[in-house]
Ligand binder design. Structure first.
Ligand SMILES: NC(=O)c1ccc[n+]([C@@H]2O[C@H](COP(=O)([O-])OP(=O)(O)OC[C@H]3O[C@@H](n4cnc5c(N)ncnc54)[C@H](O)[C@@H]3O)[C@@H](O)[C@H]2O)c1
Length: 421
């Protein structure tokens, strides 16, 4: 201590003493040219400059060549050449909810609820095919992993097992809300769950759309027209629905979902789109879901009689799934809210449909009549004038063209089922 104190005193008295670490050194000023030449010598020594130049070259060639070295999803087909910018511009300023999430800013990030189901999986194919990123949310009640398995490994595809009755937070630009059992067998299985899915599930997805500024599309149904007193059904028709029947969980559930969508639009400015879908068929439908087309096709392939409920004179129209998917995308990309009927206006009685199925699969198939189910509508045929006019959309695939495509898929799956047993 004493020594340190002495040292301190000495430094105080003679601030220029060399032992003082605080005093500025009065060294001779180095000429700038000398320090520069020293630095240059340092860089040139041991080929340091060469290393620096090679480093710069490697780094710049990586940034220049990187997009070519890693072709983004080059092994996934891109059916559309429409770019993100074109799509945004075509919607006009302020028309899309929110447009840019990804760093690249070129593709949309889209959620498809119910994306592992029949319609959802075909929609996912189309969206990924045109270059967007897709997140599927599904609780696999009626959906199957097999429907989307061909996208596993695609970096633009994500699958989340989730029930839409519970909230979820995601950053997305668009929401296609399909999650809901669609066939009477499935929606009547647990009616409370069906109405919860329609009401709480839709509320959650609309809440998400509001929060992140996404555009929201609801897949409603022709069932909102109930047993219609107007034929064909226009979007202006308010319907004839039994509010306390066995089908009400679905019919009234979808009507409430439409109401919620419109209230979020009017109250919170959420961009909504409403599609009223008429009977749709195609590959990946649940085989035993009780819907008339899948029923007839599965029965004919299994060499069973085709079950016709009632007298078979009730009518339906049948839309092939690719036509519906085109309609949904056209609606989402357009500026009109809807509701829009999306269906094929070709009208068939159940007996006529049975004849087409017999022609396609097995002409010797027989028909078995059973009593009709409660609240089964007598006729259904969409008026699609509005969609034709405003969305420039109309179905292209006839029943005789579409049915064989579905039969091929059903045949394969029924054979697989047989092998597993
Ligand atoms: N296919 C048609 O003919 C038709 C007609 C009218 C309306 N729609 C509507 O289109 C949509 C899709 O129908 P689809 O024929 O593909 O039916 P689907 O049963 O094949 O698909 C529905 C999907 O939603 C999922 N899902 C059900 N409840 C869920 C929940 N709570 N949380 C998360 N996922 C859930 C199912 O697992 C399934 O993958 C439905 O909203 C349906 O009401 C379809």
């Amino acid at each position: 201590m004493k020594q340190l104190y002495k040292q301190y005193k000495r430094d105080e008295e003679n601030p220029h003493s060399p032992s003082s670490s605080y005093s500025p050194k009065h060294t001779k000023q180095q000429p700038i040219t000398r320090s520069l030449s020293r630095s240059i010598t340092y860089i040139l020594k041991e080929q340091r400059l060469l290393f620096v130049l090679v480093g710069i070259l490697i780094a710049s060639s990586f940034f220049i060549l990187q997009p070519k070295l890693v072709p983004i999803d080059s092994h996934y087909p891109t059916t559309s050449t429409t770019t993100f910018e074109q799509r945004v511009l075509s919607n006009g300023p302020g028309k899309t909810g929110r447009v840019m999430v990804g760093i690249r800013g070129k593709r949309l990030r889209i959620v498809v609820t119910g994306g592992a189901g029949f319609v959802g999986s075909h929609l996912v194919d189309k969206l990924l095919g045109r270059g967007d990123s897709v997140i599927v949310i599904d609780n696999f009640f009626t959906g199957r992993k097999e429907n989307v398995m061909h996208h596993f490994g695609n970096p633009r595809f994500e699958l989340i097992r989730h029930d839409v009755v519970d909230p979820i937070l995601l950053e997305v630009d668009q929401i296609y809300h399909l999650a809901c059992p669609a066939s009477p067998v499935h929606y009547k299985y647990n009616p409370i769950k069906t109405i919860k899915t329609n009401v709480m599930g839709t509320l959650n997805m609309l809440g998400l759309a509001k929060r992140v500024g996404a555009r929201f599309l609801l897949t409603s149904t022709s069932e909102v027209y109930g047993d219609p007193l107007e034929h064909p059904q226009k979007e202006t028709y308010w319907g004839n629905v039994n509010p306390i029947g066995e089908r009400s969980c679905y019919d009234e559930g979808k009507r409430t979902a439409e109401t919620l969508a419109m209230d979020y639009h009017r109250g919170d400015g959420v961009e909504v789109r409403i599609a009223r879908i008429f009977n749709t068929y195609g590959p990946r439908m649940c085989i035993d879901d009780g819907r008339v087309v899948s029923n007839f096709v599965a029965q004919a392939l299994r060499r069973l009689p085709l079950t016709v409920y009632g007298d078979g004179k009730q009518t339906r129209s049948f839309q092939y799934v690719s036509d519906l998917v085109d309609g949904l995308v056209a609606l989402m990309e357009n500026e009109h809210i809807g509701p829009f009927n999306l269906g094929n206006p070709g009208e068939f009685t159940m007996l006529e449909l049975a004849e087409v199925v017999k022609e396609t699969i097995d002409s010797s198939a027989t028909i078995e009549f059973k009593p009709n189910t409660a609240d089964d509508p007598h006729m259904r045929k969409p008026d699609i004038t509005k969609a034709k006019h405003l969305l420039n959309w109309e179905p292209k695939v006839s029943l005789r063209e579409g049915l064989p495509r579905m039969v091929t898929d059903f045949q394969k799956r029924i054979e697989e089922e047989g092998r597993k047993r």
